[in-house]
Design a binder for this molecule. Sequence first.
Ligand code: GLU
Length: 546
Amino acid sequence: MNYQDLANLIFPDVKDSSYFEEKYPNRNLKEGAFVTRFAPSPTGFVHMGSLYTSFSNIRLARQTEGVVFLRIEDTDQKREVENGVEGIINDFNNLNIFFDEGPTQGGSYGPYIQSERKEIYQSFAKKLLQEGMAYPCFATEEELKNLREMQELNKERLGYYGSWAKYRNLPVDEAIAKIKEGTPYIVRLKSPGDFNHKIVLDDCIKGKIEMPENDMDIVIIKSDGLPTYHFAHAVDDHLMHTTHVIRGDEWVSSYPIHHQLFQVLGFEEPRYAHIAPFTIKEGNTVRKLSKRKDKEAAISFYHQNGVPNEVINLYIATVNNSNFEEWYINNPDKTVDDYIFTFDKMPVGGSLFDLDKLMNISKVYFSKLSAEEIYNRTLEYTKQYDLEFYNLIKDNKDYLVSLLNIERNIERPRMDIGSYSDVKRQFWYMYDELFDKVDAPYKEVSYSYDVSFIKEYLANIYDENDTEEEWFNKVKDYASSKGFATNRKEYKENPEKFLGNIADFCSIIRVMLTTTNTSPNMYDLLKIYGKENLLNRVDKFLKEIN
Ligand code: GLU
């Protein structure tokens, strides 16, 4: 009995590995094109961390006219979640992110779901068995536990390796007999490595990292017949012709295993780029952004709040390459797709996730959109998330567009909208239906003098047809007649002689309409809201504050 018999007993029906080598030939791409992949386990959704990793894979493939594919890594069936695959694909669709190949669109190197590639992995495991580079291991839970205890007691390195690997040198005949008896087993690599040898990972982002060679007889095929992550990674990235494995840096320490697998399988090794994760400050410590703990890790958080996909993309680009931000400022008409990303500009250590920065990017982004565009997208957003506002704006486009146009098409446009939900937050007071729902809208407001003259101003002085200049001159004259100083110097010299200065007068009108002290240009707001409505509003105002 020899290795061949053992391999045939374990995997009797699988095709020869040469079949798959032929089935998945080299890709016909131009020199220098990257083949990358995003390879999530089927967790059911995409989060900031995974989006960040997929971003680099996508950009680098696209900018080199290469290929980027989506591969679902579901070989750990204990971790299966309902709709795990569909959820991820849906999220990517909602984000307008499309891969060149993957479970839904297919491709010549599929299937792209690992559990559907069982025979492929088994075929390569069979090859290793035939060569004596893999073996069935019959260690029970109990045996592994005892092994661990012995190693701890003797202060030895933990793991299944060298002389601790009990079944490594089991004669083939005995192994065959055990299998025939029905003894459960898994398949392990017979590691040719020496822990005292060093290998070097030449990481595209982190540079050279020296590590001990792998000598662990790692599991390659589990008892359910599916491969481990390590084995599937080597087989898939070989057959799918990945040129660059761009993945989270939690995998750096597994590199010695992967390096060895590529060697024993006779595969050319891809380049590796390990991406530092998004981190977050918690008290005095910094930890990885967590999809379970941090609301801002979920993509749904941005969708629900109305932050556009493009903004998430811009933020990720900003973190991904250290000089993207400056480039984007200097090239305001370009998009992320026009920038060439390089590994040497990617952060080596974790990047603090900064929601404020993301929102600032969003405000700049919104300031460049036309009012019409914001209106259309707000309509779409509110239809899904805020039907009350949707119903108010859907048949009244011109009204909201004119509000959004206030201080928009100028050199330094307003920066007060960073999401579709901000539109309502900014302009709610311009809709009586919303205003009237607020209980005591002026509860924060009080004056040391009677402000009833505001009504007289609106009724007798204010004219909707005035130009901004005429309007302001009238405001000044009227304010002055009511005891307000019309220039700052005059007021500063004798404040006791005045009720306040012109700014205080304007503030009364502003507060009456908006309930707050900051708003877009008053002249525009008053004109858009209209005189009749103003007279209504002023009554509510005076009634509440008096
Ligand atoms: N399935 C692995 C993960 O989700 C993929 C790592 C890789 O890209 O190779 O972390």
